[in-house]
Design a protein around this ligand. Structure first.
Ligand code: ADP
Ligand code: MG
Ligand code: MG
Length: 883
């Protein structure tokens, strides 16, 4: 079996595509070598060897060892040096390199092959004894740390002591003799601590280092990292053994790192740092302050240390050319590591560079405009969920303010405002034009209007799927939940945070992207929706097949969604409309009415309010489809809960308290989620559905007259399990439609359909489709009813399930493809059998989740609908799903 792939001297056995066997680093070293770039020769031991090493009790097969020796011999030939030789000794670097870049793996061992004998030869060859002893002490320290397991701090202490004793500031001030002395101290330390000598045999050193790389695959840090990033444990790491080149060979040598473009802004400018007379990680370690690579960057930073461009012009211009070449070759921004040995440039690593979302956008657009990549590729290069970073104001990264608490990043974006503790205060403050943060222990449906009025929401209790979190995400309002280190004292109206106590009116800033809570006002960066973002979105829109609609209940949501490119409303939940202002009182009167007559009287009052809501929504959507769901939640959700509220409301309604409480008790349900809700309400109280249908049709007539754009409302009946349920409610709707048409003289085209949110509905889709013109998958409820898990209670155990490996992902966040997804496929297929033109969409929280959107594309749905701020994410994900 071929265990070893060699590279160098203008050729390589591997290619960039061989990442799975060579690891990222090895594959790219091979690619650079075959491009003819200056890469020190080396070899890569393939990733498969890693598993074998562990299976074999930490040993490697003879065949592999022979191949390594042969490869090493090749390196000796190319370099004209000998490994372990007393003349021209070849030194090696041993570098790990997995398929996915993985911090937590073994550190690189440099200068391997030095011992008491070869160090003299190295110094002699280079004509620089100081350099040789500097390299030796580096090697001993690294080897002892990563292979022998001796803490590198112990070595640093010795070095610091010596430098102090000698009065040196920098490592570079040390002389050959002084380094030689440090080496003897290091060797003694190893013997004292480990009871064994530092290995002098170069082959022992080499196999020790190779073994350490493979062993590090299963160390604690690496295992944890893999777990967090879903990297399979059986991938294994490759090992790269490479000839050393030296950046620590005096003032014409250097080492550095660079990005071919600015990774935070995406600007097409070389961006990086280097350090003269240094090796390896000195640049990142902050031993000395690194210098700029380009003169432009030096000027911008105001540094008086010369740039590489000025100091080493030849190496610089070669490097610049290589950067261009690699970028064009890989067709992406590269992150590079290089070393200059006595003026000669060597490339040590290249890979696609990590970047911010803003930079990713700019680079993708620039590359399309330069003809380097296609629009499809550009669209694929942006991670949809990363758009969240761009769509909200963010805290200026250069700013530091005291953090007074932290919780979960429940809804992204940052917001500043005065603290208020109740929804009423929030609404009142908004009316006066003040900006507030609503601070609560937790929120409930009664807080909706207060949440709307606030700039941000902070709760001290609750998780990522708590009421506050779900509603805030839906509204696109920044939210931090479960800030357990903070305490809300509702009685005294104070918020207690780390080292402070804040009262109503004090200013705080919350960062819903990180979960931090800061004191005072903090400067922010506003989202930028035109420019690169706009261009990419147009490209994405040209590619996608599915339409993207929004879930919007209010004019503000609808407007925001239009600005983000929504192509209609996929879900308008009407219940929110009953909480606003005085409406809740009328709503309560309706619910508590003893007779149909009493109910109708209250409904007559609600009709004009609801009609005006719909008219406004229709106007904003200007002819785009609008799906309106009839009243869904159980009626008791609209009623008061606490004793204080009950007394107050009973009094306001002129109802004796005992009677009031009796009515409340009568409406109580043991399991409201599966109780008297959805179409069951419309069947028990058809007058409610009648009123809503009338409001919709009258509004459609009005909006059509105002805008001239025809409105085609889609009326959605919730929680249908039986075709007969849908028939009953559809009959009510049709009757009202006919009546309104006659009264207004204007015929409104409309669709009636249902949500598929019960397994029975999915299974009987072919029958239900006889009565439905569209299906919208209500995946929140469908997930609840398929799993039999209530979303509001899931937080208590889903985390445990994930930790114990019972379930991989939270099904309320990412669609359960196997179970819930199967029901969607069944319903789509059976529904279309009956009615080929059946419109299919999804309107749960999953409608904004990229992985779920992929599923919807595969299931051939017509549209996805998500909260306004997720619309751009959905547009991008829907485009990627088609490729
Ligand atoms: P990491 O994956 O942590 O970046 P690397 O294997 O890239 O580890 O090595 C880190 C640094 O070690 C490199 O950036 C380079 O400075 C130095 N290095 C690695 N191999 C060599 C080599 N063959 N010659 C000189 N320096 C090297
Ligand atoms: Mg590296
Ligand atoms: Mg539902």
């Amino acid at each position: 079996k071929k265990w070893v792939y060699t590279f160098g001297n203008g050729a390589a056995e591997g290619r960039a595509g061989d990442v799975a066997i060579l690891g990222g680093k090895g594959a790219n070293l091979a690619e650079m070598a075959s491009l003819g770039l200056p890469v020190p020769p080396g070899l890569t031991i393939i990733t498969d060897a890693c598993a074998l090493y562990h299976k074999n009790g930490r040993d490697l097969p003879e065949e592999l060892k022979l191949q390594v020796m042969a490869g090493l011999h090749g390196m000796e030939t190319v370099t004209g040096k000998t490994f372990g030789g007393s003349q021209s000794p070849l030194l090696l670097s041993v570098r790990s390199g997995a398929r996915a870049s993985m911090p937590g793996m073994m550190d690189t061992v440099l200068n391997l092959g030095l011992n008491d004998r070869t160090v003299e030869a190295l110094g002699h060859d280079a004509g620089d004894a100081r350099f040789a002893w500097d390299s030796y002490r580096r090697f001993i320290q690294m080897y002892a740390d990563v292979v022998m397991g001796l803490d590198h701090e112990l070595f640093e202490e010795i070095l610091e002591d010596e430098k102090g004793r000698l009065g040196h500031e920098y490592d570079t001030d040390m002389s050959a003799v002084e380094w030689q002395h440090v080496v003897s101290l290091y060797k003694k330390l190893i013997e004292d601590e480990l009871g064994e000598a530092f290995p002098q045999d170069c082959h022992v050193q080499l196999w020790g280092a190779i073994g350490a790389v493979f062993a590090s695959w299963t160390n604690h840090r690496a295992v944890t990292y893999r777990h967090l990033h879903n990297i399979p444990g059986d991938w294994g790491t490759a090992v790269n053994v490479q000839a050393m080149v030296f950046g620590n060979l005096g003032s014409s040598s250097a080492t550095g790192v660079a990005f071919t473009r600015n990774p935070s802004t995406g600007e097409a400018e070389l961006y990086g740092e280097f350090l003269v007379n240094a090796q390896g990680e000195d640049v990142v370690a902050g031993i000395r302050t690194p210098q700029s690579i380009t003169e432009a960057a030096r000027l911008a930073s105001g540094s008086d240390k010369p740039s590489m461009e000025k100091l080493m012009p030849e190496a610089f211009s070669e490097f610049l050319a290589i950067c261009k070449r690699l970028e064009n070759h890989y067709r992406d921004m590269q992150d590079l590591e290089f070393t200059i040995e006595r003026g000669k440039l060597w490339m040590l690593q290249t890979r696609s560079g990590k970047r911010t979302t803003r930079a990713a956008m700019k680079i993708a657009v620039d590359m399309v405009e330069a003809g380097t990549i296609s629009q499809e590729e550009a669209v694929c290069r942006i991670e949809p969920s990363s758009l969240d970073q761009l769509l909200h104001p963010t805290i200026d990264p250069g700013i530091s303010r005291p953090v007074i608490g932290s919780g979960l990043p429940a809804s992204p974006g940052a917001a500043t405002g005065e603290i208020v503790f109740t929804s009423e205060e929030a609404v009142a403050a908004e009316a006066e034009g003040r900006r507030v943060i609503l601070v609560r222990i937790e929120t409930s449906p009664e807080d909706i209007h207060g949440m709307h009025a606030a700039e941000g929401i902070l709760t001290t209790r609750g998780g990522m799927t708590s009421h506050a979190a779900v509603v805030a995400r839906g509204m696109g309002i920044p939210c931090v939940t479960g800030a357990g280190s903070m305490r809300v004292d509702m009685r005294n109206k104070v918020l207690i945070g780390v080292g402070c106590m804040l009262k109503r009116g004090d200013i705080i800033t919350i960062d819903g992207s990180s979960g931090r809570v800061l004191k005072g006002e903090v400067p922010m960066t506003q989202p930028e929706l035109s420019g690169d973002f706009g261009k990419l979105m147009v490209w994405a829109d040209n590619l996608r097949r599915m339409t993207v609609r929004t879930n919007a209940d209010t004019p503000a949501d609808a407007r925001a969604a239009r600005a983000f490119g929504a192509e209609g409303i996929g879900l308008c939940r009407t219940e929110h409309m009953f909480f606003e202002g005085d409406r809740i009182h009328v709503m309560r009167e309706m619910i508590l009415a003893e007779s149909e007559r009493g109910r109708r009287a209250a409904l007559d009052e609600l009709l004009p309010m609801q009609r005006s809501d719909f008219t406004e929504l229709f106007q904003i959507m200007h002819g785009l489809p609008v799906t309106i769901r009839l009243l869904d939640p159980p009626l008791h959700e609209f009623l008061p809960k606490t004793d204080g509220e009950i007394v107050e409301v009973a009094a306001a309604m002129g109802m004796p308290q005992t009677v009031f409480r009796q009515r409340l008790d009568a409406l109580h349900e043991f399991n409201p989620m599966l109780g008297h809700r959805g179409c069951r309400l419309a069947i028990s109280y058809p007058e409610i559905a009648e009123m809503q249908a009338r409001a919709i049709f009258e509004a459609a007539v009005e909006a059509a007259r105002i805008t001239g754009a025809p409105v085609v409302p889609e009326i959605m009946v919730p929680l249908v399990g039986l075709r007969s349920e849908l028939d009953y409610v559809t009959e009510v709707i049709d009757r009202v439609a006919a009546a309104v048409a006659q009264e207004t003289g204007m015929e409104i085209e409309y669709l009636t359909g249902t949500m598929i949110e019960l397994p029975r509905a999915a299974l009987r889709a072919h029958v239900i489709a006889e009565a439905a013109e569209f299906f919208s998958f209500g995946t929140n409820d469908l997930t609840q009813t398929t799993f039999g898990i209530s979303r509001d209670d899931a937080a208590r155990f889903i985390n445990t399930y994930q930790r114990k490996g019972i379930i991989e992902r939270d099904p309320f966040i990412s669609l359960d493809f196997d179970g819930v997804g199967e029901l969607i496929r069944i319903a789509a297929e059976r529904g279309r059998q009956t009615r080929p033109e059946l419109k299919l969409g999804i309107c749960g929280e999953h409608g904004g989740d990229p992985a779920s959107i992929h599923f919807c594309e595969d299931a051939d749905l017509d549209y996805v609908s998500c909260s306004p701020f997720r619309v751009p994410i959905a547009r991008l994900a829907a485009a990627q799903a088609t490729l």
